[in-house]
Ligand binder design. Structure first.
Ligand code: ADP
Length: 172
């Protein structure tokens, strides 16, 4: 599986699936979640609402992932995953790794060959980017999806891109 880094906006990526750093309500929020719903249109939120009603009455648990249509976005699907809020007193890195792993399982089930990820939990959820990058790349490297051929990390700033570049060089 190929790992590619780009600096840019995930809503503009022409890939099979983009991953949303959602919150457990699945009802939209700020950051990348807000951008995806804004650009993707109301269809995504309608499907999220249906998922809440059918399978996730208590919300999507942290570390899990679920797919919807991508509405008006150039991608075919949006995979929603809930990153952990960073904590100094508790190690939640297994939950962050789980977001990447579970999203790739969902992508495989969909038959998505190319998947774009944002830097989950590094915005509103305050995860330090250096640490998040290491966890993200390690989790993707350890996954062995059958269908996914390319994982694209879409970094929203030059600084985040540089951090991921260093982590990718270190981890390989
Ligand atoms: P979280 O709640 O998981 O921290 P955020 O959306 O607040 O989620 O931030 C996750 C990362 O996504 C941050 O690094 C933020 O800069 C980045 N981000 C925000 N908007 C976009 C976008 N349109 N495309 C790609 N990344 C984005």
């Amino acid at each position: 599986m190929k790992i590619v880094l780009v600096e840019g906006d995930i809503t503009e990526q022409r890939v099979d699936a983009i991953v949303n750093a959602a919150n457990s309500s699945l009802m939209g929020g700020g950051g990348v979640d807000g951008a995806i719903h804004r650009r993707g249109g109301p269809e995504i939120l309608e499907e999220c609402r249906a998922l809440r009603a059918s399978r996730y009455g208590r919300g999507l648990p942290t570390g899990q992932a679920v797919a919807t249509t991508a509405g008006r976005l150039p991608a075919r699907w949006v995979i929603h995953t809930v990153g952990p809020v960073h904590s100094r007193s508790e190690d939640r890195s297994h939950l962050l790794a789980s977001c990447y792993r579970e999203s790739l399982v969902v992508a495989d089930t969909l038959g998505a060959g190319t998947v774009a990820f944002p830097a989950i939990s590094t915005g509103i959820y305050r995860w330090p980017v250096e640490d998040a990058a290491r966890i993200a790349i390690t989790a993707v490297r350890q996954a062995a999806p059958a269908v996914v051929e390319e994982v694209r990390f879409v970094l929203f700033s030059t600084a985040a891109y540089a951090v991921f570049e260093t982590a990718l060089q270190d981890i390989g």
